[in-house]
Ligand binder design. Structure first.
Ligand SMILES: [Zn+2]
Length: 291
């Protein structure tokens, strides 16, 4: 009787183990079966990078192929999807000073001038006004009317906080930039000059919307005026145009003294989103006009 019970128990144990093994094996073959199907699907239909790019905020559909090409270039392999988007939106996949487009001056306060967008030799803003010595220290004392009024408003507000904000260099003509750039090239060579000075036609100062404030050197960063501008410039429609750590995007060294008028609303948005004007222009102006 006892023997019979033991045999029954042994049979039950064997059955349970066999069942368990069967189930386990079944699961295994299922996953093995599923995997290649899954891999096949993703590689054939959707590039995994494409999915990541499309999830990024500043993704532009028209630029998709350029993003993918850029990511495939050897030295760009380590970039994040956000960096790929930012750099391609800012035309870093193009050759500066060669793959160039005339600036669309109809964008007015939001026209873009950089190493890919240029103003022609004959472009002079038609509403330049001259800042008085109360607001100006340099020889290039003209700005477009709306920008000049905003600048004076900003300077007046700073004065109330015992801060002096004066223009040191605003509108510069094409010919002025020719002389300036040539002098720098002669002194430092063209490669070095290109990192801190714009070629004629490619200078934002020709727009009449840019101003170099107080002192044109890095010492400006350590002044109360700079700190005041950090907190307040956007309220008057000005943005720091060539920020620190964005050199690759703007194509220029950090310039704590160079501000650009874009209008109050846009200046606030650019500050809040912590983007450069290049990034703003690509996503909010060019992209929206094309779509
Ligand atoms: Zn400047």
């Amino acid at each position: 009787m006892k023997k019979k019970l033991i045999i029954i128990i042994i049979i039950i144990v064997i059955l349970v183990v066999a069942l368990a093994l069967l189930l386990l094996n079944n699961n295994k073959t299922e996953t093995v079966k599923q995997k290649p199907i899954k891999d096949k699907q993703t590689s054939e239909t959707i590039n995994p990078l494409e999915t990541k790019l499309k999830a990024e905020k500043y993704y532009i559909d028209n630029n998709l192929q350029r993003y993918l090409n850029y990511a495939n270039t050897e030295e760009k392999g380590e970039l994040t999807p956000a960096q790929i988007i930012s750099e391609v939106n800012c035309n870093l996949d193009k050759t500066k000073y060669e793959d160039i487009t005339p600036t669309n001056i109809n964008h007015n306060n939001l026209m873009l001038v950089n190493k890919y967008y240029y103003l022609t030799e004959d472009y002079t803003p038609n509403d330049l006004v001259t800042l008085t010595t109360k607001y100006n220290t340099g020889v290039n004392s003209q700005m477009r009317k709306e920008a000049a009024e905003a600048f004076m408003e900003m300077s007046d507000a700073a004065t109330l906080d015992n801060i002096i904000i004066k223009n040191a260099s605003a509108y510069r003509s094409y010919q002025y930039q020719v002389n300036l750039y040539d002098r720098y090239v002669e002194r430092d060579g063209q490669d070095a000059a290109d990192t801190y000075s714009a070629r004629p036609g490619f200078s934002e100062h020709q727009t009449g919307l840019a101003t170099d404030i107080n002192q044109i050197d890095n010492g400006f960063e350590d002044t109360d005026a700079f700190r005041w501008l950090q907190d307040n410039a956007y309220k008057y429609g000005f943005i720091l145009r060539f920020p620190k750590d964005k050199e690759n995007i703007t194509g220029y060294q950090y310039e704590p003294w160079h501000y650009r008028y874009v209008g109050k609303e846009i200046a606030k948005q650019i500050k809040e989103e912590n983007i450069t004007f290049e990034e703003y222009y690509a996503y909010y102006i060019e992209n929206e006009n094309n779509s």
